[in-house]
Each structure stands twice: as structure tokens, then as C-alpha cells.
Design a protein around this ligand. Structure first.
Ligand code: ATP
Ligand code: MG
Length: 276
């Protein structure tokens, strides 16, 4: 993959659906992103991996308008969308989930789905009229698709962590975005539900949905993604098919660290922390 394909004839290779070009972002003295360039082909499942703190969530936040880039650009289908507000990015067809789920715990699973349907209407009252017959039916279909329809009437807080992730997936699908960004969809989820989540992503992708997935679970990423990009200290250090990336010494270095005390490095950078 070259980063200069935009300069060549459009017919040479299809333009990526989503692309970031040299995005940088600092938080005070912390350089979270340093010239991060990624691309996601239409109809593919792309992975974005990297140690804790390497900038994955920050890049998601910049793509989706939740954080502003200091420099660099974001393109959706060739159109510049850099620093547009979140609701604008959402309406252009980029859906996302959050590293820590953002469902409403004291509302029912079904009410959470109705809120998702109201995004476009800028109303957050679930009892407002978003519950038209069609949207209610669509909400139930999606809950059924992810396998939690039987919990529709239960308070969202009664769902297991993995079921909440499934609710988030159903939630983001309500608006039928062209591309879905998932921030750690398998994090903290039990193995059997992880397989369910992977299966749903595959099914959606087979039907044409494009995905960009951040995830620390390597089996999940490598088994699901067509292409994997690796961030380290805010820059992409490797990108390619899973097998190639997995064998790349730079990637092994990034994960294990180059210090003498590998265990400490691994423990420090490999453990999950509360981001987002
Ligand atoms: N709002 C913020 N204010 C200050 N620093 C931030 C903020 N958001 C992120 N950072 C810092 O930017 C760096 C990148 O963080 P980010 O959350 O993007 O990493 P990540 O790759 O998603 O990590 P993880 O795998 O642990 O979720 C980290 O050093 C983090 O502490
Ligand atoms: Mg993160």
C-alpha cells in the first residue's frame, strides 16, 4: 500500500472510503498523534492496533469530530471532513462506538435503541415520537440481529458487559452508517460473546458494511481484519495483511518495548486503562 495513490489516476485503484492524512494532536505536552495516516478501503474490515496510549482512541475522536486535529486532514469518500462537528460526521455516514460503553443504564434496552433513532432529530427524549411503528420495528430487528431482543424490556444496566457491547453495536446500526468505527468491541467481553460479536461484524461486512476496529485482542483482530494498521507513539509504524503485520519486527518491538525489563514494559503498555 502506498500513501501516494491519490496522485495517480483514479481508476488505478479504488480510493479509500476513509482516509486520514498526517493527523497530529497534542494534549498539553503529550503528543498523542504525530502525522498519523491511515486508510480504510470500502467494503473492508480494517484493524487499528497499538499499545496503550498510542493514540488509537484519539484518532477515532478526530475522525468523528469529538476532538480537533492540530494539523492533517480526514477524508470520507474523497471529501474533506476534518474537524466537522460530531453530528455532521455522523450524518455523513460514520458511526462509532466508544471504548467505555455509552448506553443509558436506567433506561430499557429498547428505549436506548429509540434514542439512537432520534440522533438525527436532535432530541434526547425517548418518550418523544421517535417510537413510530417503523422505527420501533427496526429497533427490534436490530436487537434480534445482535441476539439480545429478549432483553428489550430490561433496564440496560442489567445487561452483561458483552451484551452492552452488542447493544452498542445495534445502536450504531440504527442510522445505517456507511462505515462503523468500533473502539475495543471485544474488550472485557467473555470468549463466547466475543465470537458472537465477530460473527455479527462478518455478517454485516458480507452485506457491504465497512469497519475500522480498534482492539487489543489479537486473535479477534487478526481473524477478522483484511488489513491491519499499527500505531505507536502516534504514528503508523506498519500496515498490511494480518500475517505480515504480525511478523513485523517493528510491531513486536512496539508491543514488547525495547527496554531490558520486558515484563514491566509489557505490563505497563499492554494492560487496559480507562481511556475514551
Ligand atoms: N483528553 C485528553 N487529555 C489529555 N491527554 C489525553 C487525552 N486523551 C488522550 N490523551 C493522551 O493521549 C495519548 C493517547 O491516548 P489514546 O486514548 O488515544 O490512546 P489509545 O491508543 O486509545 O490507548 P488505549 O489502548 O489504552 O485505549 C495518551 O498519552 C493519553 O494519555
Ligand atoms: Mg483507546
Amino acid at each position: 500500500m502506498t500513501m501516494t495513490e491519490a496522485a495517480t489516476a483514479p481508476s488505478a485503484s479504488p480510493a479509500p472510503l476513509l482516509r486520514t492524512e498526517s493527523v497530529s494532536k497534542a494534549f498539553g505536552g503529550v503528543q498523542a498523534l504525530s502525522g498519523a495516516s491511515i486508510e480504510v478501503g470500502r467494503g473492508t474490515i480494517a484493524g487499528l492496533i497499538g499499545p496503550n496510549g498510542s493514540g488509537k482512541t484519539t484518532l477515532f475522536n478526530i475522525i468523528t469530530g469529538y476532538a480537533r486535529a492540530d494539523s492533517g486532514q480526514v477524508y470520507l469518500d474523497g471529501r474533506r471532513i476534518t474537524n466537522l462537528p460530531p453530528e455532521r460526521v455522523f450524518s455523513l455516514g460514520i458511526g462509532r462506538t466508544f471504548q467505555l460503553t455509552r448506553i443509558f443504564p436506567t433506561m430499557t434496552v429498547f428505549e436506548n435503541m429509540l434514542i439512537a433513532g432520534q440522533h438525527k432529530e436532535r432530541s434526547w427524549n425517548p418518550l418523544a415520537r421517535a417510537g413510530g411503528a417503523a422505527s420501533r420495528r427496526h429497533a427490534m430487528e436490530l436487537l434480534d440481529f445482535v441476539g439480545i431482543a429478549r432483553h428489550a424490556g430490561a433496564l440496560a444496566q442489567t445487561l452483561s458487559y458483552g451484551q452492552r457491547k452488542l447493544l452498542e453495536l445495534a445502536y450504531v446500526l440504527v442510522a445505517d452508517p456507511e462505515i462503523v468505527l468500533l473502539d475495543e468491541p471485544a474488550g472485557g467481553v467473555n470468549p463466547s460473546l466475543i465470537n458472537t460479536i465477530a460473527g455479527k461484524i462478518r455478517e454485516l461486512n458480507a452485506a457491504g458494511k465497512t469497519f475500522l476496529i480498534v482492539e487489543h485482542n489479537m486473535d479477534f483482530v487478526m481473524g477478522l481484519c483484511d488489513r491491519v494498521m499499527v500505531l505507536d507513539y502516534g504514528s503508523v509504524i506498519a500496515a498490511g495483511p494480518p500475517a505480515q503485520v504480525r511478523a513485523d519486527p517493528r510491531v513486536l518491538d512496539a508491543y514488547l518495548g525495547t527496554g531490558e525489563d520486558d515484563d514491566a514494559q509489557d505490563g505497563d503498555r499492554g494492560a487496559g486503562h480507562e481511556g475514551a
